[in-house]
Every structure is written in C-alpha cells, then in structure tokens.
Design a protein around this ligand. Sequence first.
Ligand SMILES: [Zn+2]
Length: 146
Amino acid sequence: MSTTPAGQENPVCPACGCKFTAKKGKRRNRLQLLQVYRCTECLHRFTTNAGNNVLVIFSDMRQDTLTLNLEHPRMVSTSLAMSKAEREHLLPDLHGVAVYALGVDGAGKDIAYWQTLRDFWTAYFKKTGADLESYSVLRDISTFAR
Ligand SMILES: [Zn+2]
C-alpha cells in the first residue's frame, strides 16, 4: 500500500527542494505519529512536522452524558470522574496536542465547583498526554493565535 490518493501531494524535500518524494512508512516518537518520506533525488529522509496540534475548546466543560456526568454533582471528584473516564475509554491519545479550554464559565455554580471541575480536567488532559496550556473563564485566544 504505497499509492498516494489523488490530489494529495507529498511534501517537498527539505534538503534539495525536489518534489519527488516517496512515503516510507510511519514512525512513532514520544509525541506523535510521523509520516516518513524519502527524497528520490538525494535520498534524504525526513518527516513532516505535525507538532503544531492545537485543540481549542470553548465550553463550560460540564460534560453531562450517561457515562460521565459532571454537571449534576455539587463538586467534581477527580478520582471518581477519572476512574469513570478510564473505565468508559474516554481517554484519547493527545500526546503532542496543546489544549486551550476557554470560556469556561461558572454560571449557576459556586467557585468551589468550578475549581474541582478544573482539577478534574487538569488530571484528565495530563492522562491523555496533552499539554493543557490554558483553562480559563476568559476567551482570549491571543496566546496562540499569532
Ligand atoms: Zn532531496
């Protein structure tokens, strides 16, 4: 399986700039799955840079599904919610992803609830391997929108 889907071009070789590069499988590093390419001209091997993965969540972060309900309790128990998330397989692999949770308002809840909810999500994203860069009631995206 080495065919390239129509319309999808391989990246240009960073060493010689030629356009004839071939996919040479995938390699996993600590942070992400990398597509490996080899230049057919100079035989330089390289990977595409997929390191700028940013996940922005505009939400009150109050997940309320049958499997994980964070809206209902007066306080969020991190250990309880984490064990649920693990049991229900709600932990995707987010290694190499920078997460910004913005606009996390505390409407209708007290500050203690907001803090315990934040504690849970902090633990949650840590478990997924993501970097939780921001968790804020503000909606300021200037920190990453350059
Ligand atoms: Zn080359």
